[in-house]
Design a protein. Structure first.
Length: 151
């Protein structure tokens, strides 16, 4: 009996090593094609005293609010004092809205433990927050994010 448990624990440890995403916790893969499926509406912004276009998140996106997700994308060069990085669906360095991309193709990523990232394509796991009110932030925000191994 003891040997069976020891073998089972050993096998579980090997599987955890081979499949680090399953071993590190929850997190569902969230594709950019899901995030692209939203509407827009114009509203007057009292603070800036002008009209802005705000996102209208359909139920298919709202269902991800507050969930731990895994998102893969390209890092964009932004310098905001090390507060966050920006992840993009597309690899456009100088203009993430080029080529038909829009605000739904980028995400602010607040890292749990900030560090210098040297790769251009990365995968993050974190808690998704939808932003349909603050025009100073992006519409998708990943909080307490951790960089994941390549998927």
């Amino acid at each position: 009996m003891g040997l069976r448990i020891l073998l089972l624990l050993g096998f579980t440890g090997i599987c955890a090593f081979v499949h680090p995403l399953k071993a590190q916790g929850q997190g569902q893969k969230l594709g950019w094609e899901v995030l692209a499926n939203l509407g827009w509406e114009k509203k007057y912004n009292q603070e800036y005293k002008q009209e802005f276009t705000y996102p209208k998140f359909p139920p298919s996106i709202k269902s991800w609010q507050g969930k731990e997700v895994i998102v893969k994308g390209y890092l964009l060069p932004v310098d905001v004092g090390g507060k966050y990085v920006v992840l993009s669906r597309f690899p456009f360095e100088s203009c993430f809205f080029c080529g038909g991309a829009g605000p739904e193709s980028v995400m602010q990523v607040y890292m749990k433990n900030p560090f210098k990232i040297r790769r251009k394509m990365v995968t993050f796991k974190g808690k998704l927050r939808l932003n349909d009110t603050n025009v100073d932030d992006l519409i998708y925000i990943l909080e307490a994010a951790e960089m994941m191994p390549d998927l």
